[in-house]
Design a protein around this ligand. Sequence first.
Ligand code: ADQ
Length: 468
Amino acid sequence: MSRGSEFVVVANRLPVDRVAGEDGVPSWRRSPGGLVSAIAPVMRRREGTWVGWSGAADEELEPFDEDGMHLVPVRQSAEDVQLYYEGFSNATLWPLYHDVIAPPVYDRAMWDAYVRVNQRFADAVAKVAGKGAIVWVQDYQLQLVPQMLRELRPDLRIGFFLHIPFPPTELFMQLPWRRRILEGLLGADLVGFQLPGAAANFVRLCRQLLDAKTVKQDVVLDDRTVRARAFPISVDVDELRELIARPEVRRRAEEIREDLGGGTVLLGVDRLDYTKGITQRLQAFGELFSDGGLKPGEAVFAQIATPSRERVEQYQILRDQIEQQVGRINGEYGELGAPVIHYLHTSYDREELAALYLAADVMVVTPLRDGMNLVAKEYVACREDLHGALVLSEFAGAAPELRRGAFMVNPYDIDGLKETMLGAIHADRADQARRMRVMRKRVIEHDVDRWAQEFLSALEHTPEHVPA
Ligand code: ADQ
């Protein structure tokens, strides 16, 4: 038997996407996004292994190497995808952890699938991890893995990071399997959250529901201590800096501005998700035309919505809602060849995204609840010119870090949203520059590399425990 990996990351998805080659033979390409680019260098340095699902149902794949990473695929049947992924992960946990914005589905077959698939992930990790290895478990789809893994492999050092909010007691208590989730997470040595409030929610729940002894942000078990801490995630500032320096990206930004007609450009970039507050911001924007705050031609809104979870009912409902809303507003205030909202339901590559950020005068980020929101930080990282304004929801995880420079807003308050959007549209260059400078300082100093390093160093410095 080989020695196994010293460093293992486990996430629902592998960090690669399948791309069809010219000859029809599929190959793999590293997925875009901060998480993968933050972890990839650590993986290479430590000869790490990434355990995750390929994204296709019913597929048996052998482990393979790609982009300097060793990848171990975990199989999922079509039924698993439906019950564990679309079901328990995205129709139960996602809404429950986001303030119950949509009603969570509590379904026993979905829960059973969640347990079954989490066990499969834990088994796969137990097989590939070397003695005493560091294992880093990612996100809400895998909350039972830490405990399952500890049972199989008490020698491992296990960290868990939750990318989405962790709800307060009042909401978490709805979950029929609430104790099991807490026990699952307590299998880790370090449980990381985006914000201190989420860590506090978790520790309080352990005390109230499990009668656990807690000391500050630590949960003290009989044989070991579990630390709950906040590690706000961030973006790959170097990657974005490199992108916006490319002449073709700058040219593209100018082209986008011209295509949009010369008025003030407002931009939204989100996965099409009901937590992102897309309908609220479009409603506010539309009303600005109906009550005269804006005149057609003066401003346009480009809303990019990445297709997401398209088989989950709530997402289909939302898509219809937004498309109807856009049609109505454009029907009323747009002119031939000049709609007031440009709505694009599609995914873009990083160059196009960077060009969009450069083209936008006002970036509108209005989630009703969000773990962090990387789009807000990406925009800030791209605005080296200190131009542009960020409208940011109080309910984004990024709010505490960016509030001194952003135009803060409560997205439920449509009048407040309208006023704040107008304030951002009319902010003068000096005010924009002052605000942007404050935000940039924070994002540049706390980039995604630092996030990964801080998490891993905290995990490595948790006290050793000696397995019985
Ligand atoms: P998400 O809910 O997906 O992430 P976000 O943090 O904004 O939200 O990240 C989205 C990422 O996708 C960004 O990097 C963005 O550039 C990219 N993206 C969005 N639309 C795109 C498009 N049309 N084409 C291409 N790329 C697009 C979850 C949590 C967040 C948390 C992150 C990371 O919900 O709260 O910030 O994980 O922890």
